[in-house]
Design a protein around this ligand. Structure first.
Ligand SMILES: [Zn+2]
Length: 447
């Protein structure tokens, strides 16, 4: 039952490589690749019945279809499922709200040595206003461009949330603040990189990991670094949550903007001088009606006046009022037209002044040819384990919008599968973790 691996048939090329070529630890990277190929062939010889692995030159036998390399990998990650869960728990139990720099810095300090233990070179990008951003470079002995793994360790939950929303396993689900968005995605990065190193002895292409501290509040401290790293990369894999419980990857995201309209009116006593006042609240109400007409759901434009403030007392004609507006657009060419309309509002009451601030923060992630090509690769990897990987277009934005907007092939939603991001019932489905890790490992190789 527990024969040492060198006397029983090997379950996989990887196992064959590791056990028959123990000397590989002393080999250069190019020699390792040769050894691995030899191991692949030798592995066939070890296998009594169904040892042929797709990609080998041994012909397309039925065995090749019943024992794909993907199955070996899935088994590997299934065996490591508990460890992946433990990593996610560790991360969830370090609370890291975007607006609390010491807390966010704490999770960066926790993660840096984890990546260093895998051979990554860490670099902390200091930020005065937000948490520090963490870059990790894994070099490789090749001229291939790196792939960029993108994520964030900030969450929307204030410190102390764990007291009422503890990290726990229930019915095959792992619950807790930020478990889906996106601490499971960070854990997947660690375990996929570790697996590739176990299988090959070393990464076969350079990998850059960038974990940002302020994604949930607009990525103001990290955006430039994200864009600079993306520019150097062959592709960007974003470990934000998958879309829905079917686990679709995200090939399109809407662009996101945030505006504030401030109205200044003229105050007056509501009882003594009602005619002398010019109500900022009344003006704002009329402007909100105009702004709402900018909605065009068919074209993918949505405009939501989400926060209203104004006035001081019921017996005062309000001198100040404001509205915070969330804006979503489907394509980049909608940005300037919508922006112009929002900035050219005219007051109904000539004694009131309007001031519009803000703008489009993230342009849409459009399904470009580069995005579609990455999705196709992801589908091929999934197909090896008979998994029909779906794609989805979503309304929310992420840092993937920045990189896709630069024309860098980007695939998003590669992280955990679950529901309730930003909500009290946030969870991931534990049994989905192995194939998400398999997908990420495959994409790191082929993106
Ligand atoms: Zn997120």
């Amino acid at each position: 039952m527990s024969n040492p691996s060198w006397i029983r048939p090997h379950r996989s090329r990887v196992e064959c490589f590791q056990s028959c070529f123990a000397l590989n630890q002393f080999a250069s990277i190019s020699l390792k690749i040769i050894l691995y190929r030899v191991a692949s062939t030798a592995h066939c010889l070890h296998q009594p019945a169904k040892g042929i692995v797709p990609g080998m030159k041994a012909g397309k036998s039925a065995a090749a279809r019943t024992q794909p390399a993907g199955a070996d990998r899935l088994r590997y990650f299934s065996q490591h499922q508990d460890q992946i869960v433990d990593t996610i728990r560790d991360l969830v139990e370090i609370e890291s709200p975007s607006d609390n720099k010491p807390a966010v810095d704490r999770i960066a300090a926790f993660l840096a040595p984890k990546f260093e233990a895998l051979g990554g070179r860490t670099r902390l990008h200091r930020s005065a206003d937000f948490g520090d951003n963490l870059q990790i470079d894994f070099p490789a002995d090749t001229t291939r461009k790196p792939v960029l793994l993108l994520g964030h360790y900030d969450t929307v939950y204030p410190l102390g949330t764990l007291a009422t929303m503890s990290c726990k396993i229930e019915d095959g689900r792992l619950r807790g603040p930020g478990v889906l968005d996106m601490k499971s995605g960070i854990a997947l990065m660690l375990h996929a990189i570790a697996a590739l190193q176990t299988w090959y002895g070393q990464l076969l292409r350079p990998v850059t990991v960038f974990l940002v501290s302020d994604e949930e509040v607009g990525s103001h401290s990290s955006r430039k670094i994200t864009e600079a790293l993306a520019k150097e990369s062959a592709g960007v894999l974003v470990l934000e949550p998958a879309a829905g419980l079917r686990g679709a990857v995200k090939t399109a995201r809407k662009g996101v903007g945030e505006y504030t309209l401030r109205v200044t009116g003229v105050a007056a006593h509501a009882g003594l001088d009602p005619g002398k006042g010019h109500s900022a609240i009344l003006e704002l109400a009329r402007q909100i009606a105009v702004i709402s007409k900018l909605n065009n759901l068919r074209q993918g434009i949505s405009v939501n006046p989400g926060i209203v403030q104004g006035g001081t007392r019921t017996n005062v004609v309000a001198a100040e009022a404001s509205v915070g507006i969330d804006v979503r657009i489907k394509s980049a060419n909608q940005a300037s037209g919508l922006d112009r309309k929002l900035r050219s509002l005219n007051p109904f009451d000539k004694h009131c002044k309007l001031e519009m601030t803000g703008g489009i923060n993230r342009l849409p992630m459009e399904r470009t040819a580069g995005v579609a090509a990455l999705y196709k690769k992801a589908q091929e990897i999934a197909r090896q384990i008979d998994w029909k990987l779906e794609e989805a277009a979503v309304g929310g934005g992420s840092d993937g919008n920045f990189t896709a907007g630069m024309g860098i092939p980007t695939l998003d939603g590669l992280g955990g599968v679950g529901e309730g991001a930003h909500a009290v019932h946030e969870f991931i489905v534990i049994s989905e973790l192995p194939r998400r890790a398999l997908l990420l490992a495959g994409m790191i190789e082929s993106a």
